[in-house]
Design a protein around this ligand. Structure first.
Ligand SMILES: *Cc1c(COP(=O)(O)O)cnc(C)c1O
Length: 394
């Protein structure tokens, strides 16, 4: 099998498989192992010296054939020089930040980041003495005025968790790079099918693979993709901490990735259809979806992304807490739970946290993940539950 191919469809089929297909299984089996043994001390020492390079068999914690192949495949999809797998999406974020954060240094964080990113900054990083500053995600090139000599990294997300504003990725990445500061982007929502942030000038891309990349709600994993400049420091940090992806998860991620492109293409279509349907309902105040013109940063999305995933927000006209509960509980085809990006539809009321500013919308925000159910089934389910909520006139 070729190691790299010309386009994403071929990469998703051909990469991450056994080197010699002749007389072998189509897929790599789950690879279990801790100790790796060598014939000579010299060979052992050579492996030890190269243990931070993806592809070196040294010890189970550092990876095995299947993990290295998955890392190579993700690197090709992200157009990154190197990828390190992590045990969860949160682990990818925290270890990317720990690679750069030092006591007394300054960290810029977009105000709309994923809740656990903010949580890690407010607990572990503050305890370490890192000075955290939140910025307006729509700041664009204006970020240069916030960069200091002591700034260790810029952490941002596209689009924002729950609120879906799309920042100007190239402008923020360019300003950071010009100041010698690494930019870290959480790109879980788009997947490399719709956006490859490294090609837009971002230094480090983090993503939860528990979402669309594995895609079936049965796998927890994360990845850190980067340019060559930061690759070894990132890997050393993850190995120093002792993080490790499970062999079963690697197998499931490889299996899920095979259908990534067709799943994303479907979710793009289904998500827009459902978002438009919501926009037409009298209980709905606005829809937060990057493909809609009212979404802050819509023009950035149109320029930098080739599609939208099936996760978006709906702001309902003011209703009581009891009404929102009655609406959510009345849905039969939308599970209530965190995470998203599997094959099943989900619903979750969310309250955006803000430090740098206030979130502009009034009304109740509910996040929807569109799954693979028939869209008419989902619309009928929602139609039956929506009368629990107020319309504009009430
Ligand atoms: C879910 C999520 C994560 C965390 O991923 P886990 O695999 O659940 O740890 C990180 N970033 C974003 C944007 C997410 O939605």
């Amino acid at each position: 099998m070729p190691n790299t191919t010309a386009n994403i469809s071929d990469d998703l089929v051909q990469m991450g498989r056994p080197d010699r297909i002749n007389g072998r299984n189509v897929n790599l089996p789950p690879e279990l192992g801790s100790t790796i043994v060598f014939d000579t001390l010299a060979e052992f020492e050579a492996a030890r010296d190269a243990r931070y390079d993806s592809g070196t068999m040294y010890y189970g914690r550092y990876g095995n054939e299947a993990t290295f192949k998955l890392e190579t495949m993700l690197g090709q999809l992200e157009k990154a020089d190197a990828v390190t797998l992590t045990s969860s999406g949160v682990a990818a974020i925290t270890m990317a930040l720990l690679t750069f954060a030092r006591p007394g240094m300054h960290l810029l964080v977009a105000d709309h980041v994923y809740g656990n990113t903010r949580g890690f900054c407010e607990t572990v990083l503050k305890r370490m003495g890192v000075d955290i500053e939140y910025f307006d995600p729509m700041i664009g090139g204006g970020i240069r005025d916030l960069l200091r000599d002591t700034t260790c990294a810029v952490m941002f997300e596209a689009p924002g968790s729950g609120t879906f504003e799309v920042p100007d990725i190239p402008a923020i990445a360019k300003a950071a790079r010009a100041a010698g500061v690494p930019s870290i982007l959480d790109s879980t929502w788009a997947t490399p099918v719709f956006c490859q942030p490294i090609t837009l000038g971002v230094d480090v891309v983090v993503a939860s693979m528990s979402k669309y990349l594995s895609g079936h709600s049965d796998c927890m994993m994360g990845m850190i993709a980067s340019t060559q400049q930061y690759a070894k420091d990132i890997r050393k940090t993850t190995m120093a901490i002792g993080d490790k992806t499970g062999s079963q998860e690697v197998f499931l991620a490889l299996r899920g990735l095979r259908t990534l492109k067709m799943r994303m293409e479907y979710f793009d279509k289904a998500g827009r259809d459902m978002a438009q349907w919501f926009a037409d309902q009298s209980q709905v105040k606005s829809v937060l979806h990057p493909a809609f013109e009212n979404c802050p940063g819509h023009a950035n999305w149109a320029r930098d992304f080739s599609g939208a995933s099936g996760l978006f927000g709906v702001v309902f006209h003011e209703s009581s807490d009891d009404q929102i509960r009655a609406f959510v509980d009345a849905l039969h085809h939308f599970g209530i739970g965190v995470s998203w990006g599997g094959y099943e539809s989900l619903v979750l009321p969310v309250t955006p946290a803000r430090s740098a500013g206030t979130w502009a919308e009034s009304g109740q925000l509910v996040r929807f993940n569109i799954g693979l159910e028939d869209l008419n089934t989902l619309k009928a389910d929602l139609t039956a539950a929506l009368p629990h909520l107020n319309t504009a006139a009430e």
